[in-house]
Design a protein around this ligand. Structure first.
Ligand SMILES: [Zn+2]
Length: 195
C-alpha cells in the first residue's frame, strides 16, 4: 500500500503534464486578440494558395501551399494567426506529424469568445505548451508529416476547444469553422466598449 501511494506521487506529475486537460489554467492566461491574419505568407498569404478549401471533400481545414508547387514551401515559416497561448505542441506521428494548437480569445476577459487554431504536418515546432504568442510570431515551419505528402500546411480553426485531433476530414463539421472565412471577417476585432 505504501508502495502504491509512493508510486502515484511519482507518476502523477508526469501524467498531469502529458494527459491532463490544461484548459482552465491556460485560458486564464490567454491574451485578448485584436486581429487575425493567415498562417503563411505574411501578410495576407502572399505567394500561397489554398489547395483544398474547408468543406471540399469534407476537409475540416485549409491546405496552404506555396505557389512554387511541390516541396518548394518546405521549411517556410508558419505564423500564429493572432495573439494566444499554445495549448498543445507535439509530434503525434501518423498522418498528422508535428502539430501545434493555440487558444485565442477575441472577446474580453469578462466575456471570453474563444477559438483554437491548429497547424499540422510541421517540419519544426518552435513553441511549447503554455508559450504566449503574438500575431505573426513564427511558431514552426512547413513540413510533410515525415515524407507522407508534398509539403503543405493543414490548418484548422475550431470554435470548440480541446476536441480530439480527429481525421482532418468528416461530414460532421460540428466544432469546426471555415478558417479563411473567419480570418477574412476578423482582420480587426471591433470591441464593444460596454463589455
Ligand atoms: Zn488538409
Amino acid at each position: 500500500m505504501k508502495y502504491l501511494v509512493l508510486l502515484s506521487f511519482i507518476t502523477l506529475p508526469f501524467f498531469s503534464l502529458t494527459t491532463a486537460n490544461p484548459t482552465p489554467e491556460l485560458l486564464s492566461s490567454c491574451p485578448i486578440s485584436e486581429s487575425f491574419d493567415f498562417p503563411v505568407g505574411a501578410p495576407n498569404a502572399k505567394n500561397y494558395y489554398n489547395a483544398q478549401k474547408f468543406g471540399k471533400n469534407h476537409h475540416l481545414g485549409d491546405d496552404w501551399n506555396g505557389r512554387g508547387g511541390g516541396n518548394t514551401d518546405f521549411g517556410d515559416p508558419v505564423y500564429a494567426i493572432s495573439d494566444g497561448i499554445v495549448s498543445f505542441s507535439a509530434d503525434i506521428k501518423g498522418g498528422w506529424g508535428n502539430i501545434i494548437r493555440i487558444y485565442h480569445n477575441y472577446g474580453t476577459t469578462q466575456k471570453p469568445v474563444t477559438i483554437e487554431s491548429l497547424y499540422a504536418h510541421l517540419n519544426k515546432r518552435l513553441v511549447k505548451i503554455g508559450s504566449l504568442v503574438k500575431k505573426g510570431d513564427k511558431i514552426g515551419t512547413i513540413g510533410n508529416a515525415n515524407g507522407r505528402y508534398w509539403a503543405h500546411l493543414h490548418f484548422e480553426i475550431r470554435d470548440t476547444l480541446d476536441m480530439p485531433v480527429g481525421q482532418g476530414y468528416s461530414i460532421n463539421t460540428q466544432g469546426y469553422i471555415d478558417p479563411t472565412k473567419f480570418i477574412r471577417s476578423h482582420r480587426k476585432i471591433k470591441k464593444n466598449p460596454l463589455n
